[in-house]
Each structure stands twice: as structure tokens, then as C-alpha cells.
Design a protein around this ligand. Structure first.
Ligand SMILES: [Zn+2]
Length: 154
């Protein structure tokens, strides 16, 4: 009768019946929960590092955009300078051609003679120097005065 009463009181308590299972579940779950918390903490650290990296990259993007803007201004200025240089180059080519025509004209129609020489020369001939005394005739007049063409420059 004593044992029967004990048995019936045990059976009446529903928690007592499953307490062994619950204890087992708790024993299994506690390390699992600790592991989960640890993993959660690791993930939080990783998230923090990732957020820092994102902030650094945002700053870098901002800096690069500013640099890019500065370069765009620089490119515009250089393009303008290039256009001006091309205009100048075109003008100088034209002037150069005019001067070339003038030089060609003088080489063709003018003869430079030295005071003691017997030949007539072009401006660039090495047989006379600008420091020495000279006369300039047109070719016909030089030949009429007895001068002959220099073989090195004519
Ligand atoms: Zn000559």
C-alpha cells in the first residue's frame, strides 16, 4: 500500500514523468546554445569588420570621385590648350610657307658677291660670311658685271 501510494503520487505529477527527458534535452541544448551564441558573436565581429571596410571603401570612392572631377577639369584645360596650339601651329605653318617662298625667290633671283670674289652666291653659301663686305645684284646684273654662278650653291 505504501509503495502503491508512492507510485500513484509519482504518476500524478506529469513533470516527474518527463523530468529525465527534459534534463537530457537541457544537457544537449546548453552546449548548443553556447555554441550558437559564440557563432553569433563571431558573426557580429565579422559584420563590424565588413561595415568598417564598407566605410573605408565609401571614403575611397568619394576621394576617387573628387580626383576624377579634378582630372576632368584638367582634361578640359588641356583640350583647350591643344586647340590653341593647333591654331598657332596652323598659323606658323602658313607663315613658314610664306617665308620659304621669299627665300626661294631671293635664292632664284638675287646673287651675293664679295668685294674680291668672281662668283655670285645664295644667302646660305659658305663662300661668303655676313660679316664681310658684299654686294647684292639680281642674277642678270651680276652676270652683266662679269660674275659667274658659284658651283657649290647654284
Ligand atoms: Zn656659293
Amino acid at each position: 500500500m505504501f509503495d502503491g501510494t508512492a507510485e500513484s503520487s509519482k504518476n500524478n505529477n506529469p513533470f516527474a514523468k518527463y523530468s529525465g527527458y527534459m534534463l537530457l534535452i537541457i544537457i544537449i541544448c546548453v552546449p548548443w546554445i553556447i555554441t550558437l551564441q559564440s557563432e553569433n558573436s563571431d558573426l557580429k565581429d565579422e559584420l563590424e569588420v565588413a561595415n568598417e571596410t564598407i566605410a573605408e571603401m565609401d571614403e575611397e570612392i568619394f576621394n576617387l570621385q573628387e580626383q576624377n572631377s579634378a582630372w576632368e577639369v584638367n582634361v578640359d584645360e588641356l583640350r583647350k590648350e591643344l586647340e590653341e596650339s593647333e591654331d598657332l601651329n596652323t598659323r606658323m605653318l602658313s607663315e613658314n610657307y610664306d617665308l620659304w617662298e621669299q627665300c626661294n625667290f631671293f635664292d632664284q633671283y638675287a646673287g651675293i658677291v664679295t668685294v674680291s670674289g668672281e662668283k655670285y652666291h645664295t644667302y646660305n653659301c659658305y663662300h661668303w660670311q655676313t660679316g664681310s663686305d658684299f654686294w647684292i645684284y639680281n642674277i642678270d646684273a651680276a652676270e652683266a658685271n662679269g660674275y659667274e654662278p658659284c658651283l657649290d650653291c647654284h
